[in-house]
Design a protein. Structure first.
Length: 288
């Protein structure tokens, strides 16, 4: 027989379970927040996908800044893939745990597309973890269209679990975290982020971003991640003693053209040199 807990006790159990399994962030959003904000089209809201949903549990795992700074690199790709797999596995495990306890639940995995062609046809996901993380109180949406968190800025990945359990909601972030420094827009290789004066979130050229991603996928060193690399928000910058690096980011391309072995960038270029093919393609040596 399932054992039903009161809302706070169940919430505490969920947080404990997720943290024990490696989550850095866990937030709880009542499904009504999607209706109250009216930012997300109705067919993309939790109850449209899983009518039994009463709460969305959003789980985040961080992307360590020094690895993100090496992008594009094989190491960054492996971190991205590993984090996504860990998130997906955790969402499924949490769903099964809640189901066993009598609370019908539904996991929505992190990256829900099968190919670049699929994104060409529909360049959006069936459910957005970005607004979900915002409604769960984990952060605010920055100029770069990413969730900015106090702990990691935008260097965090998210997954969501819809559940029929009614769990106490977390408060929304009390203030915007984006400072509109425009570093993400200025340094975007695809020039896909366009600042706006009337709001924090910039306009976003999805096609330009997709084309950049397609190029990196061909080289097998996706994703781009420059907008997450250069964002100054996040306590992780203090951890890695990486505050005030905008000038270094801005001068990187020019400096490496002048001197590919520029010492101030050597930790990044060393990582980029290995694990990614840089010469002409030879099909006989391609990894299966």
């Amino acid at each position: 027989m399932p054992v039903f807990l009161d809302g706070q006790a169940l919430k505490d159990d969920v947080i404990r379970f997720c943290k024990d399994e490696g989550a850095d962030l866990v937030g709880f959003a009542p499904v009504e927040r999607w209706d109250e904000s009216d930012e997300v089209p109705p067919e993309f809201r939790p109850r449209a996908i899983f009518p039994a949903a009463r709460t969305v549990i959003v789980i985040g795992m961080s992307m360590p800044l020094p690895v993100v700074e090496t992008t594009p690199s094989a190491l960054h790709k492996e971190l991205y893939d590993t984090t996504n797999h860990q998130l997906d596995a955790l969402a499924v495990a949490l769903t099964r745990l809640l189901n066993r306890q009598g609370y019908a639940s539904f996991p929505f995995t992190r990256d829900t597309y099968t190919s670049m062609r699929a994104l060409r046809e529909h360049n959006m996901a069936a459910f957005g973890h970005v607004p979900a993380a915002k409604y769960a109180g984990l952060g605010t949406i920055g100029m770069n269209q990413c969730v900015l968190t106090p702990e990691f800025g935008p260097r965090v990945r998210f997954v969501s679990v819809f559940t029929a359990a009614e769990l106490p909601a977390d408060p929304l972030q009390p203030k915007e975290l984006c400072i509109k420094c425009e570093a993400c827009a200025a340094l975007c290789p695809a020039q896909a982020i366009l600042p706006r004066e009337d709001r924090v979130r910039g306009d976003f050229d999805k096609t330009a971003c997709l084309e950049r991603t397609e190029d990196l996928v061909k080289k097998r060193c996706y994703p781009c991640g420059i907008c997450t690399k250069v964002c100054p928000i996040g306590k992780d910058r203090a951890l890695y003693e990486s505050k005030g690096r905008r000038k270094k980011y801005e001068k990187e391309e020019e400096a490496l053209v002048a001197d590919p072995d520029a010492p101030e960038y050597r930790p990044w270029t060393h990582v980029r040199t290995y694990g990614v093919a840089h010469g002409p393609k030879d099909s006989s040596t391609e990894k299966a």
